[in-house]
Ligand binder design. Sequence first.
Ligand code: SF4
Length: 260
Amino acid sequence: MTAEQKRQTARFLDMADDYLSTGFYNGERLYNFTSDIAASASVTVDADIVVDVEGELRKIEDEIRDCRNCPLCEKRRSTVAGEGVSRPLAMVIGEGPGADEDASGRPFVGAAGQLLDKMLAAIGLSRQTNCFIANVVKCRPPGNRDPEPEEKAACMPFLRRQISILRPQAILAAGRVPAQTLLQTTESISRLRGRWSEWRLEQNSAAIQLLPTFHPSYLLRDESQKPLAWDDLKKFARRLAAMDASYDAASASLRKKYKI
Ligand code: SF4
């Protein structure tokens, strides 16, 4: 074998190794099989495998910005892809952008968003440090109506890709629409809230713990429901503490303070 043939063989093996383990070579995606990774219970993505999470998130955000796959694109001012850290401990999934979010292009920034941030902070979570916040639909339904089934179906592939890339340990479904959509049920949020489910991207993929709770805008309208939402948050914090040692340590004083 000549020196050039050896060099090309070594390059091929290097490329094949990267490609088979991550789908990337030299930072460039060769084939999109993140869903295959998520679907396979026998394949684990660990700290040794470099996946360009931020690059993938940007790619999804770009696609969302250009998306016209459902009628919600007609009246939007902004698309709202989501916001948070690229290796989140938890994801919060809401329904869709409201007026403030549509204006700013950011999720949960109005009064409900401020309440959500306070709720998360009480259990040691935030979009700046360990959470990612997204919605079922990325464009505002006019008049804040519920998204139609076809609109949710058109938009859910974006959320599924985000979950597949972000790989949170647990999901907090904030409100009826995300809870019913993710769990594919028509049960009321009053019955769903506070009950853990194992949610899977694909039938055989690893389970992600999912807990529904009330949407913060509902809590603003009916403050009497806040104690129930607080029960849900404490439940969420306890499960995260059992699953993740760093969260357990970081949130220990808060959990002691609130007797979680
Ligand atoms: S809501 Fe989702 S599917 Fe519909 S136009 Fe916006 S990004 Fe596309």
